[in-house]
Ligand binder design. Sequence first.
Ligand code: NAP
Length: 456
Amino acid sequence: MLEVLDPATDKVVGRVAKATRREVDAALDAASAAQPRWAATDAATRSETVAAIAEGLRAERTPLARLITMEQGKPLTESEAEVDYAASFFEVASRESLRLGDQGLEVDGKRVRVEHRPIGPTAAITPWNFPLAMLAKKTAAAIAVGCSQVVKPAEQTPLTAVRLGEIAVAAGVPRDVLHVVTGEPEEIGEALFQDVRLRKLSFTGSTEIGRLLLTKAAARVLPLSLELGGHAPLIVFDDANLEAAVELTMIAKFRNGGQTCVAPNRILVQSGIHDRYVDALAERADRLTSGHGFDAVDLGPVIDDAAASKIQHHIDDAIEHGGRVVVGGGRRTIPGLTDRFPEPTIILDTGPEMRCWREETFGPVCPIRRFDREIEAIELANRTPYGLAGYVSTSSEDLGRRVARALDCGIVGVNDPRPAIADVPFGGVKASGFGREGGRLGLDDYLVPVTVSEVR
Ligand code: NAP
């Protein structure tokens, strides 16, 4: 068995099975047998089933949110928002799956049909930072278009995934169609990669593991979707509404304690607004409270000791390279809780020579850098192997659009701290991966276009 710990207390909050190779094989046996049956189920039934999962999630909003907070640590209100976000993927998949259709054309006397067939059986591997939502994106699309799925959630947060599986079955997904397997990543990963019946793997996680899986997939030409790490820039221009720019930063940066793939990690601020922005942000960040996610706080713990150490290391490294800490810089001590509570931190005069500019910090740290010219900000923003999200703060529509076009990433928020919604595609470019989740395109990731040409 694997023990699941509350990252705020280190108390054991649950136990899950450590799946053996044989159990993963059995899940794939069942998923393979179920695949043709589920694919043949009519679209309306699948769509209704997926909508029923959304209803199931919304009906269990509070207990699910408590489960997320318990194993992941984020404040309860954020866990509730995660349940809503997850449910919205099932709602969108339910709606969009009814709009899929084959295309037909007559060419040179031939009747040609392009059929969009479910690719399954599929597998999903997901991270700990959004234990429900990252899985919801994959499961909603797969189930809606007629794919079976074997799911491997992160070791640190498997309880939410197990519950999602139960809710899906209660909503009408046949038991053999969806399998949650928990355990050691290498063992489960190997079993999945070696089974030729698996037709697609969708992975969300770090670029490092994504690269490894890409190599394994190459050996057997397994189609992958990779939602990997990010290193989002936020560019604040002189003409930005100060209050709105600070609000955008607070939401985008400090949500989940900075443990999001779309968190701004490099904040570029134009000289004319720089000092006012820093003062206002420092005042807000300093007021953020930390504690157990059940206690109406702004920041929960980070996931584990390694994460807390990495954050501290990034701060120390920035200081060593000339960065000036104006807020935070250390950890908070909270009686009765672990020491995984990094202070909200603002560092000025940061730049590409620092680790926090090159790697994801995944913590509540705002590295800020002053700039003068638009072109300079764009060049710095794009100077990264990553390309997931980017943000622009300006009151000029022209400037906002121009800079959004110039940013080399998959999703841009112009004065919008939450550009990712279930109705539209989400995904990265460069080392942030490929494939899209959300909207109609998110379903395409689980479909194969097959051309049938008839001569009569
Ligand atoms: P991670 O270490 O890459 O792990 C992600 C998942 O892969 C976990 O389930 C993990 O299992 C599994 N895994 C690890 N090694 C494996 C192997 N050899 N074979 C098969 N599976 C393996 O990432 P994380 O620390 O959980 O999540 C944080 C990362 O995810 C950040 O880089 C973040 O930016 C990224 N992320 C990206 C998006 C996006 O949409 N682009 C969204 C959220 C997060 P164990 O947990 O059991 O080790």
